[in-house]
Design a binder for this molecule. Structure first.
Ligand code: NAD
Ligand code: AKB
Length: 315
């Protein structure tokens, strides 16, 4: 029987992914874990344990106690925060992954999910429709850790048979939890500020186009990949995944259709250089072909949902 451990369940993705996994596989079969308290919905719908991904012994104990068969390992330090504490972020991102991969190998777990990111690409990568296989020279701590992580995932699959699966998520947009310190966070913050104050000061320039995706698409892609037949999962580093590509001006124009008084101003900070090093759009035809992936949400649908759902919370 499937028994899942989500590590990083209190974060932006974990908040939505844990609930969806519980819906699909049963509340009692999905154990949430994090360093910090998760949402009230996660706390009330199933088991939560406080777990540090750097503490391998405690993780081993939790896996044995709850008879875990699969891990979704989401704990990491994202691009913006990682630049502020490079060595500590490298340690958390890499040591955490090693602990999970080693436990999967030693305890013979059936599957592991670990997310990579568009941050694996760098300034020398082709920026438009970035292909699955291309030049990868990331120049951020976060991107370097994700690229190294991809190589280790493939290594553990090939050398030790660990069935680890991965997606290169674009910037994810959701309303259930705040974004966790990345470069694409503006595309979440803008909705909160638009509804609260009718204005938003953006930390990226108006024409900084980046690959983005509405959270429900990302959750579906994640579970689809994890549930795909093993022979369909041919890419053992990480799959490119594409949703919507836009820049701050485009999303601001879309918000204005709903909130005509909304205004945006621009004050680029250190995250501009990170964004400039990333692709503007992604080619995910390999994921489409291998396991039947396709995104459902466009920018206008995503904006409508974000404004409605955040609007309900801010009333
Ligand atoms: P987040 O920062 O919102 O959540 C990460 C969670 O991990 C937090 O709740 C944090 O408390 C927890 N955590 C941190 N250190 C920990 C530790 N030592 N032990 C246990 N838990 C710890 O991040 P997110 O946006 O949910 O991202 C999840 C994963 O997806 C990360 O690997 C991230 O790199 C990747 N990703 C996210 C995006 C995105 O746009 N959100 C895009 C690409 C990739
Ligand atoms: C970040 O901006 O760091 C993340 C990501 C794209 O990996 N959202």
């Amino acid at each position: 029987m499937k028994k899942i451990l989500v590590i990083g369940a209190a974060g932006q993705i974990g908040t939505d992914l844990t609930i969806e996994l519980r819906k699909r596989f049963g509340n009692q079969n999905v154990i949430a874990s994090d360093l910090k308290q998760p949402s009230a919905e996660i706390l009330s719908s199933g088991t939560f344990i406080e777990l540090n991904v750097l503490d391998k012994a405690s993780m081993e104990q939790a896996i044995k106690q709850h008879q875990i068969t699969e891990i979704y390992h989401l704990a990491a330090i994202l691009s913006g925060n990682a630049e502020k504490a490079p060595k500590r972020s490298w340690d958390i991102n890499m040591e955490g992954l090693f602990n999970v991969l080693d436990l999967a190998k030693e305890l013979n777990l059936s599957k592991v999910f670990w997310p990579s990111s568009i941050a694996v690409f760098g300034p020398s990568t082709p920026q438009t429709n970035t292909p699955q296989k291309t030049v990868m020279e990331p120049n951020t701590v976060y991107g370097i850790s994700k690229l190294a992580g991809e190589r280790w995932c493939e290594y553990y699959f090939q050398k030790f048979g660990v069935d680890v699966r991965s997606l290169r998520y674009p910037g994810l947009i959701s309303y259930s939890a705040d974004a966790g310190g990345g470069t694409t966070d503006y595309a979440v913050e803008i909705f909160h500020e638009a509804l609260k104050n009718d204005t938003y000061e953006c930390f990226l320039k108006a024409d900084t186009k980046l690959p983005m995706m509405y959270m429900e698409d990302a959750i579906n892609a994640t579970i689809d990949l994890m549930e795909a037949d093993v022979q369909k999962v041919k890419e053992r580093s990480s799959y490119n995944l594409a949703g919507i590509s836009f820049d701050p001006q485009m999303i601001s124009d879309e918000i204005k259709k709903h909130l005509p008084l909304f205004t945006i101003t621009y004050k680029p900070d250190f995250r501009q250089a990170i964004a400039d090093s990333w692709p503007a759009s992604i080619d995910d035809t390999v994921a489409q072909k291998d396991w039947g992936w396709s995104a459902q949400y466009d920018m206008s649908e995503m904006c409508k949902i974000m404004l409605t759902e955040i609007g309900k919370k801010t009333k």
